[in-house]
Design a protein around this ligand. Sequence first.
Ligand SMILES: [Zn+2]
Length: 926
Amino acid sequence: MRPYLILFISITLFCFNSLSQVEGFQFVPDANYNSEIPPPKSILGYDIGTKPLRYGEIIHYLKTLDEKSEEVQLVEFGKTYEERSLVYLIITSKNNFSRIEEIKNSIAKLSDPRKINSKENINQVFEKTPAVVWLGYGIHGDELSGPDAAVQLAYHLVANNDEVTKKLKDELIILIDPMQNPDGRERYLTQMQQWKSEIINSDAQSIQHTGLWPWGRGNHYLFDMNRDWFLLVHPETQARVKTILSWNPQVFVDAHEMGSFDTYLFSPAGPPLNPNMNEFNHRWRKIFSQDQAKAFDQYGWSYYTREWNDEWYPGYGSGWSLYIGAIGILYEQAQTDGSIVKRPDGTYLNFRDAVHRQFVSSLANLKTTSKNRKNILQEYFDAKKNDITIKKGDPQSFIFVANKNITRLNDLIEKLLMQNIEVEILETDIRIDNLHSIWEKKLISKNIPKGSFIVNLDQPMGRLAKTILEFDPRIDNKTLEIERKKLEKEKQSKMYDVTAWSLPIAYDVECYWTDNKIKARTNKLAHTTIPSYNIDNPSPKYGYIFEYSDDSALKLLSLLLEKGYKVRSAREPFTIEGISFERGSILIRLNENPESIKSDIILFAKNLPVKLYGVNTALSTSGPDLGGNDFILLEKPKVAIVTGPQISLGSFSTIWHLIDAKIKMNASILNVDGLQYFDLRKYNVLILPSSNSPQTLSQILGKEGINKLKKWIENGGTLIGIANSAAFLADTSTGISKVRLRHQALNELNIYNDEFKREKNISNIKIDSVKIWDSPEANQKPEERKSNPDLKILEIEDEYLRTFMPRGAILALTLDQENWLTFGMEERCGAIVSSSNVFLSKQPIQTAARFKSFDNIRLSGLLWPEARRRWENSTYLTREAMGNGQIILFAGEPNFRGYFFGTQRMLLNSILLGPGWGTNKVVDLE
Ligand SMILES: [Zn+2]
C-alpha cells in the first residue's frame, strides 16, 4: 500500500537474509529465455524487484516487448484523468494471433448460448478455443508489487521457450492489465522518491513506508476504483469494463497488497457470500486456490484464504467478475512499499520477494487454467446457459419508469449497457400487475408509460443485472449469528464493506421488479437518446422558465449563475400560459438581465439539453405571479471545500468530483490546517466533508477557529457539514449548530419526540371546525407519558445501542416537500448510513429530511433492531439560520461513491440554492 524505492546499490553491505537472497535471484529457476527478447534489465538498467517501476518505464518496456515479439500486442484502451494511457497486453501464440477474431467470436458464443445454433458442434468449440484470462494489477496505486510482477510475467511468457510456457500460449489468451491506476501510482512514487534515504530504512512506520496524504490508493479524484466496477463513475473503470467484456474472460485476477506484517491472502473469500455467486464460481475458485497453495508450498511461503475478505459487495474487481461469469480471484500480498520492512517476528520482507509472490500466483493461475481449459470452457458455457433460464418465483424483469428526470434515468441505463446488460424500451403504455416496489410492502399494479425501460434477467448478463439492481439481498443467518456475537463480545464488525448498494435506490429512480415475464411491444436498446427540445416562445416579453427536476437543470442553473445572470427559484408550484411548473422551477426575468441572456440561455439549454419555456406575462393562472416575492433571487455560489489528512478521503473525493467533474463549477480546495488563517470572505459556501472523527475539527480549529467560523456564518455564509463534520458542528461543546447528537440529549428525548409528532401533524393538517368554534373544552388534554428513566441508565443503554450502527445500510427518508433543500425531489428517498451518530432537531431548525419510523426505515442492508430504534425518526438533513447565514447538516454521505443521486441532489441544492435561499444579502452601494 505504501512507499517505495530503496536502491539496492551495494547489496553486499547488508546482511539481511532476505536481501542476500537477491543475489543470483531468478523468478523462475533455470528458465531458458530467448535471447532475442530483451530482459527488463537490458532496457531499464536494473532487475525487476530492485525498485518499483515508474509509469514511463513500464510503458517503454512493454512497447519494446510488443516490437520484439509476434506473441504479444500492446493495446491502449483508455486514458486517466491525468491523461496517462491505460494499456493492456495480449499474449498468446502466433497461431492464436492469426485467428484472434475467430477466437473472440467463439468465446462470445460460449458467453451467450443463445447464439449457438443447434447444428453447431459445440464440442468442437471447446476443443479449439483457448480460454481467456484477465490479469489486473495495482488498482490501488500505492500497492506497488503487482505492476512490477506484471512486467516480469509478460517478459517470462514472451521470452521463455519451455514446453510449459508454450502450452500456456497455445491454450490461453492472456490479457495483462499491468497498471490499473497509473495516476495513483505515479503520485505515490513521486512522493516516495522525495523521501528516499541513503540508508535503507525497514521501519514500517517511517515516512518512506507510510507516505503522506493523499497517498496513492485513489485515482485523480482520490476515489477507490476497486469499489467502482459496477458503478462506473470513472473513465478508467468505464474503459476497462468495456475492454474486459469485449473478451469475455473465464478467469479474472485482481492483485493487491495489504499490511506489511501480513503474509499472503488469496481467494476464495469467507462469509458473507453473495447469494448470486454460482456453483461454477465456488467450485473453480477452490480448485485454483489449491493449485496456488501448492505453488506457494514449494517455496515454504505462508498464505491463507477466507480470513477477512468477504464476497458480499459486488463492486470489487474479483467480486464483479464473478457475476459476468468468470472465476474471480483476489491476491493480497504483504506490502514492502518498494523497499524492505522488518516484521514483528524479526524477519525482513523485501520488494523483490513481494513481486515474486505475485508472479508465482499469476503463473500458478495461468497453469490451472491451461490444465483445465476444456472443462472450464464447458462449465462456463453451462453456467451461462443456466443464467439465461430463470427459476419460477425468482425475479424475471426490472422495470424503470420514464418520468421527469430523463437525464438521471439515462445515466443509469447507460451504466447497464456498458456492462453488456440488455435493456428493452417499451413501445406502448402497458399495465403491469404484481410489481415489487422499493417502497411498498405489498405487490402493486401500475400503468407503465411508453419509453420506460425493461431489463429481463433471462440473458447472459442477467445474474450481474440482478446482483446490482436487486433492492434488498439478505445475508444468511449463520453469518449474522457470527456478526452479532462479535459485536456483543468485541464491539467489532466482521463486515468488510457496505451491506447495501442497490442501483435503483441509490439513483432514486422509480423501479419495480416482477417474477412474471413482461409481454409487451419493446425494442432492444443500443443507446439511450438525449431528448431534443424545441424552445416554446424563444423571444418572450417577460422571461424564461425551466423545471428543476431533471438533473441537467442544475448544470444550466450553475452556468447561468457562473455568468452572473440574475436567476430566481420558485417557492411554490404555479401555472402560467397553460403550463404547470413545480416548486423550485427556475425563472429568469428579462427586466433583470442584460440582453445577452436571450442568446446565452438558448444556447446553454440546447446543449445540455433542458426544456425551456418563454413567457409573455408575469400573471399566473394559479400559484404565485412571476413578479412577486415567491421567486427567490439566487446568488452565485463561491464555493470552498475543505480537505487535508484529517478529512475523510472518501467524503472529500465525492464532493470534489461532483462539483468539478460533474457540475463543472469553480471551487477552491482549502487545506484544513489553514482554515483558521484563510480569508473566508471570498466564499459564500464552505463545505466540511466528513472528518476522521467528530472530534478532529475541534482539535484543529480550536476556540479561535470555531469563533471565526461562527463569524463567517453570521456574516452571511452557508456552512455545510457532512457526517462526522456535522457531528462536530452539532456537538454541544462547539456551540455552532442547535441540532443535537442523540447521546448528548438523552434527557430530552421526550421533547424531541413531541416535536417530531407536531411536525408530522403539520404536514397533515385537518381542520375540525367544531373543536375550534363550538367546544373549546374538547381541545386535547395533554397526553400522558412516561417520565424519563434515570439519565445514567439512558447513557449506558445508548452506549450499548451505538454498537449496532448501520453498516452501509440504505435507510428511508421522508422529505419536507416545502423545504428548498428538497426541490426537484419526490417525498422520499434512500440514504446510505455508516455511522453511530444520530442527530435530533426541533424548531426553529428546519428538518428537510428525516429517517422514517421503525417499521419503514430499512430499505436495504443490515440494520439491527437496536439501530432501527435509535435511528427511527431522527434527522438526516437540517437547515438553521445563524445571523445572516445558515448551517446545513447531513447525517450521512450524500454523494457516497459518487452514485447516490437522490441524496446528492440535496447536497447540490444546498450549494446552488443555499446562498440565495437561506441567507440575508446586503444591497451593495455604488
Ligand atoms: Zn488494494
